[in-house]
Design a protein around this ligand. Structure first.
Ligand code: RNT
Ligand code: ZN
Length: 422
């Protein structure tokens, strides 16, 4: 039997298996195909950006470790890498850009000087691929961020510089939304914090609040852009105090009726981000997730089909909020083939979502409502052993992307022909 016939047959059997527990796989795949994951530009070059040649990530309390050859050094290379990754992932996805990846054409453009003209070629590229773009202000890798404080700094000059930067980033986000006809989500993450014990925590947080108020005072059409704020527990060099903590941003987002970003790596290691979904949605309309895999700290390892990612997708689906979430990836591993990292991580996030959509949720909920605890648990357990892989393979085949591990040789070849020559 040839491979595609095998995949088709396995799927047909799987479809019946799922129908037995009340799940319509065709409907599930249709829903899955509408989920657009935002692939982050920064996995391709270890968060370097294009402000100057050979730019590297510095400060911000984040780190990319490893020196695997082949990282993207130019915009063209990064675009080529992303196109390769998209071709190995089923479905139509998005692109997530950081401000320091502008098309500066060799000129030094400081952060408070960037404008839509530096992102025109990105919009054209995204248009040619038919994908939406999300955006991020960049408050790190810059001498004015060296103190570890930007928009929460007591230094007015520093603060105003970064306020101006973020304002411009919002304008650029609006531009992307208009140009592409797809809303651009602008995520504000400020690394602000201190290494040592800080007396004036209250003051820094009230400065941060004021800065955000000023940044967000201009209103944009929500069709084109939406702002989110991303909280964090700590960063390298910001161990003692991080101004934009979860309580701070949860409060800020609720008070200002705006989106919140939850990054899986930004909480205590035993805390489950998945459990926050149904809590936060009581007060906030939309959430952005930064899907990543923290090991011992916010290490941003490549996403895999881990328990936490599965639980997160389940909570999103079980709360019936799939249409109210944006899913962005936020890992940067410089120690393995970087295109491989995109493909593994995005496929894993999609697999987790597919698994959640395949759960027999209606029956599970009915059992729960009836107090049939044994039945519910039994069904939850048995659902884990249903032939999910056959559905996934079929989805990949239908979307004309490699099935199973067959993307490995494709990436090996790309490495040989393209990455190794950089
Ligand atoms: C840092 C945050 C943030 C960054 C990107 C590069 O801990 O997660 O989202 O990873 O903006
Ligand atoms: Zn993040």
């Amino acid at each position: 039997m040839d491979k595609s016939t095998r995949i088709q047959k396995a799927y047909e059997i799987a479809r019946e298996e799922y129908a037995d527990i009340g799940v319509d796989t065709e409907k599930v795949l249709n829903r899955l195909s509408k989920a657009a994951i935002s692939l982050h530009c920064w996995q391709a070059d270890d968060v370097g950006g294009f402000e100057k040649p050979d730019a590297v990530l510095s400060g911000g309390g984040i780190q990319a470790t490893g020196n695997y050859p082949g990282k993207a050094k130019t915009i063209d290379q990064l675009r080529q890498d992303l196109e390769k990754a998209y071709s190995l992932i089923p479905g139509k996805h998005r692109f997530n850009l950081h401000a320091l990846y502008g098309d500066f054409k060799g000129k030094l453009v400081d952060r408070d000087q960037i404008g839509t003209e530096h992102f025109k070629s990105w919009a054209d590229w995204a248009k040619s691929l038919g994908i939406g773009v999300d955006f991020n202000c960049s408050l790190f890798s810059h001498p004015k961020a060296d103190s570890g404080l930007t928009i929460a700094s007591k230094d007015k000059g520093i603060r105003n510089f970064w306020i101006e930067h973020v304002k411009r980033c919002r304008e650029i986000s609006d531009f992307f939304g208009k140009e592409l006809g797809k809303r651009c989500v602008h995520n504000i993450w400020a690394p602000d914090g201190t290494k040592e014990l800080t007396v004036d925590r209250y003051k820094h947080r009230s400065i941060l609040k004021d800065s955000l108020d000023e940044i967000l005072s201009k209103k944009y059409d929500k069709k084109n852009m939406a702002d989110t704020v991303e909280a964090k527990l700590f960063g390298i060099g910001a161990e003692a105090f991080t101004a934009g903590s979860h309580e701070f941003y949860l409060g800020y987002a609720v008070a200002n009726n705006m989106m919140l970003c939850l990054d899986i790596g930004h909480f205590h290691p035993t805390e489950q981000v998945s459990d926050k979904v149904s809590a936060v949605f009581q007060f906030i309309d939309e959430l952005l997730f930064h899907v990543t895999r923290p090991i011992r700290w916010d290490s941003d390892h490549v996403v895999t089909l881990s328990d936490e990612v599965r639980a997160l997708m389940q909570e999103i689906v079980w709360a019936d909020k799939l249409e109210k979430v944006c899913i962005g990836l936020d890992f940067f591993d410089a120690s393995i083939n970087r295109i491989g990292a995109y493909v593994i991580g995005t496929r894993a996030a999609l697999k987790a979502l597919l698994l959640a959509l395949l759960d027999p949720i209606d029956t599970m909920r009915k059992y729960e409502d009836n107090g049939q605890g044994f039945e519910k648990l039994a069904l939850m357990e048995e659902a884990k052993a249903k032939p999910f892989g056959a559905v996934w393979d079929y989805y990949c085949m239908k979307n004309n992307v490699p099935v199973g591990e067959t993307f490995i040789p494709v990436i090996q070849q790309y490495e040989k022909e393209v990455l190794s020559k950089r």
